[in-house]
Design a protein around this ligand. Structure first.
Ligand code: ADP
Ligand code: SF4
Length: 674
């Protein structure tokens, strides 16, 4: 079953006093579940253990009331009352033979500590990095340092009591008090905890020793350490202090979990980072320490994983996103089912929910975060209530493909039709736009699965009208006909069409997606969509030789990408491409050769040259067929019809795949609407 080339991935490994059954390691990663959503947390982590990961870690778990990321709900180990609830996470993970890890953390100046109305702590008083709360951290004094060390010890002892096998000391992502001590930007102390390197590393060394003393006889003690801070300028780089920390503490922890900071570089999206992009920064670590090393790289290919181990870069294949997208990735490699791996597309829809304090979600894996709430399993689906029941899905984009796949897995007779000559709906064109090719995996996974299923018929180049659908005679109809980009400029700020939108030099996203691209001249790309499309179009046009000005009503370009950790990279790439950025500005009218714009704050008008204007102001659902079918149902010509995905409401692909899964799971259970 298993290809012997991958045997190395299934070799056990000793980590201090504990032993992992294989090399698949779910690193700590946020889920925005926390203590209020304990059952969700348990179900989420359990699914990864069930899928074969040898180690499953819990995210940043706060050790004290002076540390929280509120309103993000982190797990906590402040006191004994958290032992029992977190022991339930451990039990769920161990049920499948995985080791349970916990990332004990203190956020230092990076957490506003508002849950308990405490003052955050930092080496030398500072505002929190990630939050705009008007509270400055207070300078940690000698008594605080003594207390901090005690909090870590106590939390580690509680974690051991809860049953955790691997206990972390956290020093990464610019979200850690310990990292603040290493960083010369945040540590301006003049005592023995500040100044020279040996002083700045002192608290990390002491904390690791304390935790080892407390629990090291039975638990592995890991350190999560960012060897390189890519927010420049920084003293923590793989050539300077990052390396010196590993050298100084080489064999102190039982495990080095290494990465880069900030999160926007660690969980770099596929638009801006390749798989394995951290290797040049972390590859020195194994040469310096004799202890096992784990790191991440958005690895989904077993060959890439084997290569990491064989080339001596990593001992354990760390994963956050690949384990979110496919909790069963290890088991699929183990049983030779490589084609069944649901590969992460690197879109960071998962981080966006965490950044907005909602439960984690995933574009590729709609069951992520829904294991408890909806009772969805990443692999198993409820059996068909009637295997002869037939369903017609109209539209082969992410929503339609997911619905068809779920229904087919359940055992129904499924037909899926699409007007186009290629499967994928919106992704047929989007995957060809700059930097979006990895998103095509949403289509490739589902189409390759459907093509092997005997109970599925797939029809391309099949534009269906309402009579065609009625004539098909299916028991249930799912309409997933998607949406179209608006051409008249109605958007977040425009309730009425923009004057001049109908001039010949005014295009919309549909035109660019259809390759109707101006070959030069000045172009204004106008964004009221706020996600990726306008920036991607600006990039496409700059590459085609146009002089591009990107204009948006938002205060940042592509503002939603703050949540997908892409904003900084969007801005950098726009700057590199020579795209001018105008924010907080609304286009009020379009004339030949120019647009008139108004600054939102004060209404000051300006004119911007524009041989071409591209409006990216939102999408409108393509629900005509659905509405016609509702009338047919009311006339008794069909039994049931429902609409899903962008046809129901245009948005993220993650919503479309979620809708598809929901329609697939609920068929036969609930009466569809319409
Ligand atoms: P979603 O993101 O909700 O899956 P998409 O826009 O990606 O939506 O996909 C919609 C798909 O539906 C497109 O591929 C389009 O060609 C197809 N489609 C739209 N109307 C019809 C129709 N009447 N018959 C068949 N296919 C259709
Ligand atoms: Fe990967 Fe996107 Fe899923 Fe996150 S949401 S795990 S980046 S596919």
């Amino acid at each position: 079953m298993r290809d012997p080339r991958y045997d190395i991935l299934f070799e056990p490994l000793q980590i201090g006093p504990v032993r992992t059954k294989n090399r698949f390691y779910v690193v700590p990663h946020a889920t925005a579940m926390g203590m209020p959503a304990l059952d969700e947390m348990i179900a989420f982590r359990k699914a990864r253990a069930e899928g074969g990961w040898g180690v499953v870690c819990l995210e940043e778990t706060m050790i004290h009331e002076t540390s929280d990321h509120a309103p993000l709900p982190d797990p906590r180990m402040y006191n004994d009352k958290y032992i029992e609830p977190l022991s339930r996470v451990v039990a769920a993970v161990k049920e499948y033979g995985a080791l349970a890890g916990i990332e004990l953390a203190h956020a230092g100046a990076s957490g506003p500590a508002i849950n308990h109305r405490e003052h955050p702590l930092s080496p030398t008083g500072k505002f929190p990095h990630y939050f705009i709360n008007p509270i400055s951290a207070r300078t940690i004094d000698r008594q605080d340092i003594t207390n901090f060390r005690q909090w870590y010890r106590d939390a580690a002892l509680r974690a051991r009591k809860a049953g955790f096998d691997i206990i972390y000391v956290y020093c990464a992502h610019n979200l850690s008090l310990l990292q603040d001590f290493l960083d010369t930007r945040t540590n301006k102390r003049t005592d023995e905890y500040g100044g020279v390197f040996e002083n700045r590393v002192r608290l990390l060394r002491e904390t690791l020793s304390d935790v080892k003393d407390a629990v090291g006889d039975t638990c592995a003690v890991a350190v999560r350490f960012a060897v390189e801070d890519r927010r420049r300028p920084s003293n923590i780089t793989a050539l300077e202090d990052g390396r010196r920390v590993v050298e100084a503490l080489a064999d102190v922890p039982d495990l080095w979990d290494v990465n880069v900071s900030d999160w926007a570089w660690d969980s770099g999206s596929s638009r801006f980072f390749e798989e394995g992009q951290q290797e040049p920064f972390i590859d020195f670590v194994k040469k310096v320490t004799n202890k096992p090393v784990v790191g991440v790289g958005r690895f989904t290919s077993p060959d890439a994983m084997v290569s990491q181990i064989k080339r001596g870069v990593l001992d354990l294949i760390g994963a956050a996103r690949p384990s979110i997208a496919d909790p069963f990735l290890p088991n699929k490699i183990d049983t030779g089912r490589h084609d069944d791996i649901r590969e992460c597309i690197g879109c960071n829809a998962c981080t966006a929910e965490v950044m907005t304090y909602s439960r984690i979600r995933c574009t590729q894996n709609p069951s992520a975060g829904e294991e408890h709430v909806n009772g969805w399993h990443p692999e198993n689906v409820p059996e068909a209530h009637d295997p002869d029941a037939s369903i017609l899905v109209v539209g082969g984009g992410p929503a339609g493909l997911e619905a068809a796949h779920t229904l087919a897995k359940r055992g129904y007779q499924v037909s899926i039709a699409d007007a186009g000559s290629e499967w994928g709906g919106r992704l047929v064109r989007e995957r060809r736009m700059p930097r979006l090719s990895a998103w095509g995996r949403v289509v490739d996974y589902r189409v390759s699965q459907l093509q092997t299923m005997p109970n599925v018929n797939m029809y391309l180049e099949s534009p269906l009208n309402a009579d065609d659908v009625v004539g098909f005679g299916a028991d249930h109809i799912i309409i997933a006909t998607g949406a179209k980009w608006r051409g008249e400029g109605v958007g977040r700020h425009h309730d009425e069409p923009i004057t001049g939108h109908d001039l010949p030099h005014v295009l919309c996203a549909e035109d660019i997606l259809n390759d109707n691209v101006p070959s030069g001249g000045s172009v204004v790309v106008y964004d009221e969509d706020y996600y990726y499309m306008a920036a991607v179009i600006a990039d496409r046009l700059a590459k085609a030789g146009c002089k591009v000005t990107y204009v948006t009503t938002a205060s940042d370009p592509s503002p939603w990408t703050h949540n997908t950790l892409e904003l900084v990279h969007v801005i950098n790439s726009m700057n590199e491409a020579g795209i001018a950025i105008v924010v907080g500005t609304m286009i009020t009218s379009i004339d030949e050769g120019l647009v008139t714009a108004s600054r939102l704050l004060d209404g000051v008008e300006s004119r911007i040259d524009a041989d071409t204007v591209v409006l990216v102001t939102g999408q409108i659902s393509d629900d005509e067929l659905y509405q016609e079918l509702v009338a047919k149902r009311q006339a008794g010509l069909i039994r049931s019809v429902e609409r899903i995905g962008d046809c129901l409401g245009a948005g993220q692909i993650a919503q479309a795949t979620y809708d598809g899964r929901k329609a697939g799971i609920r068929f036969g259970e609930l009466t569809p609407t319409g």
